[in-house]
Design a protein around this ligand. Structure first.
Ligand SMILES: Cc1cc2nc3c(=O)[nH]c(=O)nc-3n(C[C@H](O)[C@H](O)[C@H](O)COP(=O)(O)O)c2cc1C
Length: 178
């Protein structure tokens, strides 16, 4: 199973749309995915709370990562970095060991020349978590709100082909790590 993590809480998010596209492309290829929907329910990270009994939302996040063969992240850039809510999610992964050595990739949907700060921060933070970044699967697939169809996914065949390539690399990395 590939876990799909969006860094945006916005209704109509382009990053979520890319992940819904990944879900559709994966289903066509017989690859199981799970769209994580708990971002907005995670408590603010506090080291004092990072012990048993963990907050239920954190248990759910860690279980989802643990069950995944790989993780695909799609996040916007806010103020030159990651959205606070998504950095908070990543902070919760540091104390758990679930993401350690887990194949992880990100797709950046920002316009060319934008979103570099989000990528740089992702690389730094994932480095601390011990995730196994699949470099070849970390790509830029620029898209805009107009690319998103009524089903919430992107129909453009070139975008779907590139998302399929990313999934293939993640699945291969997950099979190698298992
Ligand atoms: C508070 C805020 C800060 C932003 N800061 C940046 C930024 O530093 N760099 C950038 O390229 N885009 C920035 N953006 C634009 C978002 O990255 C862009 O709107 C993105 O498409 C939002 O993703 P979503 O559609 O998944 O919500 C910012 C947007 C907001 C709301």
């Amino acid at each position: 199973m590939i876990l799909l993590l969006s860094g945006s809480l916005r209704a109509g998010s382009t990053n979520e749309a890319l992940l819904l596209t990944a879900r559709a492309v994966a289903a066509e290829a017989g690859v199981r995915t799970l769209v994580y929907d708990g971002l907005g329910r995670l408590p603010h990270f506090n080291p004092d709370d990072d012990r048993e009994p963990l907050p239920p939302a954190v248990t759910g996040l860690r279980a989802a990562i643990d069950a995944a063969d790989g993780v695909l992240i799609c996040t916007p850039e806010y103020a030159g970095s990651l959205p606070g809510a998504f950095k908070n999610l990543l902070d919760w992964t540091v104390g758990g060991t679930e993401i350690c050595d887990k194949p992880v990739a990100w797709v950046n949907v920002a316009a060319p020349g934008r979103g570099r700060g989000a990528e740089a921060t992702l690389r730094t933070v994932l480095g601390y978590t011990g995730a196994a970044v699949v470099e070849a699967a970390c790509v830029r697939v620029p898209m805009v709100r107009g690319d998103v169809g009524e089903d919430g996914a992107v129909a453009d065949p070139e975008i779907r082909r590139r998302v399929g390539d990313v999934l293939g690399l993640l699945v291969a990395a997950g099979a190698g790590a298992a």
